[in-house]
Design a protein around this ligand. Structure first.
Ligand code: NAD
Ligand code: GLY
Length: 385
């Protein structure tokens, strides 16, 4: 396993950073990836909203948890104030357990108390939990407010802030209540990753690796080469890796915004990954850790079905290990519990689980139905890997 040190960031490339456009007709927007972008947020957000009255006198409602606010809130607020926005900061408690309608309702109360108007822009500052909650608030308050995502975890920067899926958990079900609501801008400042613990950085890196597997072998190779430096934030390739991950997601979302077909390939590793998260009550694995295990499961299921080559599994297992992920299934994990959950999954058909499979690195296809016997055999092999 590679040695992991604490930051700082080393960066090459232009100061204005990388820009990725998500082309969705009138819902198109830009993803800006640039060190120090937080200090330019006001100008960037005003430009993204130009055309709709403002920004003078317009309110920016910033949704943020207290810990992230302490680190980055003032810089965002100052930049927005300088650009002519009124600021309304709404604290939101951190954590998946607060990704609920109750939290949404409390935020509605604050927006109502402040009598915000329809020109208000909701700004999500934080990880995927804040982004999903803020997105749902923006999608529903007054039938839709503008939304800007300012993601500060690697997972949110490469995945959840892009593509317009918003929502909250309900009962035991994840993301059951939600809406598609595209942001007007995604503003990514990779310098914010400096304060993010390694475990969280690694969790996001699972999604970066996923993009390589499903869509771009050359990107996968570059990430493999630089994995240690990427996790340490010492790679000059970091901003490009974030931007390219967003680019891959953007191209998929452009082709299938409403998740009716192709978008499912973004769920490579998520079939077993989601089951592992659910079976452990969302308390054992960070999302990316479960997805890393699930990507290995998907490779082994693909091998059992004659679709994935052993070389693909071997390469992915090596890379995930180098990044410090567990790849073997915990011996304490009951395969029957996982198989039961897969059969109940809303994407299963006739009790057969649906998998995204990778015939080779750089290519994935959705919709493969795997029988219990195939999954059982794959999971048994994963215990011994
Ligand atoms: P998270 O939002 O819980 O953030 C993890 C922790 O990091 C939190 O405690 C947060 O306060 C802290 N944090 C955030 N930025 C920080 C920083 N720069 N420095 C230090 N600490 C920081 O978790 P996450 O992994 O970002 O997001 C997970 C959520 O994303 C899940 O709810 C998942 O369902 C959702 N998600 C949504 C999509 C989508 O398309 N909408 C895609 C993937 C995941
Ligand atoms: N995270 C999967 C998607 O956006 O579709």
């Amino acid at each position: 396993m590679i040695a992991i040190a604490e930051p700082p960031i080393h960066r090459t490339g232009s100061a204005s950073g990388e820009r990725v456009r998500v082309e969705l007709g009138e819902r198109s927007y830009e993803i800006v990836v640039a060190g120090g972008a937080l200090d330019r947020a006001g100008v960037e957000i005003a430009a993204a909203l130009a055309g709709k009255a403002g920004p003078d006198g317009r309110t920016a409602a910033i949704l943020v948890n207290p810990a992230v606010h302490r680190r980055y809130g003032m810089r965002l607020e100052s930049s927005l104030t300088a650009a002519g926005f009124n600021i309304l900061t709404i604290p939101v408690t951190a954590g998946e357990t607060h990704k609920t309608l109750r939290t949404v309702s409390r935020i509605f109360d604050r927006l109502y108390e402040h009598a915000v108007d329809r020109r208000t822009v909701i700004v999500a500052l934080g990880g995927g939990v804040i982004g999903d909650v803020a997105g749902y608030v923006a999608a529903s308050y007054q039938r839709g407010l503008d939304l800007v995502q300012v993601p500060t975890t690697l997972l949110a920067q490469v995945d959840s802030s892009v593509g317009g899926k918003t929502g909250v958990n309900f009962g035991a079900a994840k993301n059951l209540i939600g809406a598609f609501h595209q942001p007007r801008l995604v503003l990514i400042d990779p310098d914010t990753l400096r304060s993010l613990p390694l475990r969280e950085r690694r969790s996001g890196m699972a999604e970066v690796i996923k993009y390589g597997v499903i869509s771009d072998a050359a990107f996968y190779d570059r990430v493999s080469l630089e994995i240690g430096d990427l996790l340490n934030l010492t790679s000059g390739f970091l901003d490009q890796a974030i931007a390219h991950s967003c680019r891959i997601k953007a191209r998929v979302v452009e082709a299938d915004e409403r998740d009716l077909g192709l978008r499912a390939i973004l769920n490579f590793g998520h079939t077993v990954g989601h089951a592992l998260e659910a079976v452990t009550g969302y308390r054992v694995y960070r999302h990316g850790e479960a997805i890393a295990l699930g990507m290995v499961s998907a490779c082994l299921v693909g091998e059992e079905m004659g679709i994935t080559g052993k070389n693909v599994t071997g390469s992915l297992v090596d890379l995930l290990r180098k990044a410090g992920f567990a790849v073997s299934l915990d011996p304490g994990m009951d395969p029957n519990a996982i198989i039961c959950l897969l059969a109940l999954d809303k994407k299963a058909i006739g009790g057969a689980a649906r998998f995204v499979l990778a015939p080779k690195i750089g290519e994935a296809t959705p919709g493969h139905l795997a029988t219990d016997a195939v999954v059982r055999s794959a999971l048994a092999r994963q215990r011994l890997i």
